[in-house]
Design a protein around this ligand. Structure first.
Ligand code: FAD
Length: 307
């Protein structure tokens, strides 16, 4: 309830200005965001990979308003990948891209062949130069068809490209079937969606997650189990055993700053764990979704405001 309210309010420009302008906000943002610059991101990557984790890096930004911003976003990824190349991390460091940050929603550009495809193609090329891969984040439900269409086109040249699928969408089990031979990051879903397209309560979303997971684990692809939920992590391990997915054929993923002890514990137990590392100055949308996921984060934010 509080989460839905926060996601709704977060769309207002006034809320954006107010939250972004508060000095105390920065302290809370720092818990979820690795920093603003490429150097900050590289430092976080060094730290995390040095402690046995792997990473996927997100240059923050979404729904850019003009072509120039989309070009800059693509450049930021290429600059980051150039900075990572000398570290020789290969696929221990990959990147995550929101297509709306590289032009998906500009000029009715939701169709194939547009700016977003060109931009993400450039990012895939730079990633390949580092031995890294790209995963497409999934945004609100109006972008799913175009994201999957761009994914199909990208895979002709970059078959290793992954995509996030949101278990809360009613369509996702079928999408998992279509994608079961490829790299798929399964998430619960972080946007506010209507009942016509998405399950609304937690138990239904969790059950849908397990159904999707079963489809992915039964397939020949590489499931990326992106959740902080211990029950789902345990179920993933059972399903991996049942379908003969060795530990090199799936991985767990969690967000930067969330359940860091659990990330290390899973890695120490021999699992591949990838941390989603966001960086950049356009942190607002990402930050509000993290607050919306957990009332305790709102309390933490309010305490920072007081103190
Ligand atoms: P929940 O039931 O929400 O949480 C389980 C437990 O995890 C909680 O009890 C709590 O202990 C902990 N936890 C969860 N969230 C938080 C938080 N914010 N702060 C502190 N503790 C928390 N969503 C999309 O819609 N599109 C994407 O492309 C996308 N990519 C993602 C990539 C990764 C690697 C991850 C981990 C998540 C991504 N998400 C994405 C977000 C996802 O959809 C969920 O909103 C988010 O992961 C919370 O769900 P959960 O599975 O952790 O389960």
């Amino acid at each position: 309830m509080l989460g839905s309210l926060l996601l709704a309010v977060s769309r207002s420009p006034l809320a954006r200005r107010t939250v972004s302008g508060l000095r105390a906000t920065r302290k809370v943002v720092d818990r979820f965001v690795a920093g603003e610059s490429t150097a900050d991101a590289v430092a976080a990557v060094r730290r995390l990979t040095g402690s046995g984790l792997t990473v996927t890096i997100d240059h923050l930004g979404e729904e850019v308003r003009d072509r120039g911003a989309a070009v800059e976003a693509a450049k930021a990824y290429v600059t980051l990948l150039d900075a990572l190349r000398p570290l020789g991390l290969g696929d221990r460091a990959e990147v995550s891209v929101k297509l709306s940050a590289v032009g998906l929603t500009l000029d009715g550009d939701m169709a194939l062949g547009g700016m977003a495809l060109d931009h993400v193609g450039q990012i895939c090329l730079a990633a390949r130069d580092c031995g890294a891969t790209v995963t497409l984040d999934m945004e609100d439900h109006t972008t799913v068809d175009s994201t999957l269409e761009i994914l199909r086109a990208l895979r002709e040249d970059f078959p290793e490209t992954g995509v996030a699928i949101q278990a809360y969408l009613l369509r996702s089990e079928a999408d998992c079937r279509d994608l079961a031979g490829s790299r798929v990051r399964l998430v619960k879903g972080a946007y506010r969606e209507p009942a016509s397209v998405a399950y609304q309560n937690k138990a239904e979303v969790d059950r849908a997650y397990v159904r999707c997971l079963r489809v992915l684990m039964a397939g020949s692809g590489y499931p990326m189990v992106a959740t902080h939920d211990d029950r789902l992590i345990a179920i993933a391990e059972l399903l991996a055993d049942r379908y003969g997915h060795g530990r090199d054929r799936y991985e767990y993923q969690m967000l930067y700053g969330i359940r860091t002890d659990r990330q290390r514990e899973l890695a120490a137990a021999g699992h591949r764990v990838r941390v989603y590392v966001p960086f950049g100055d356009d942190w607002y949308g990402y930050f509000m979704r993290r607050l919306a996921e957990r009332p305790a984060n709102v309390a933490f934010f309010l305490r920072a405001l007081k103190g």
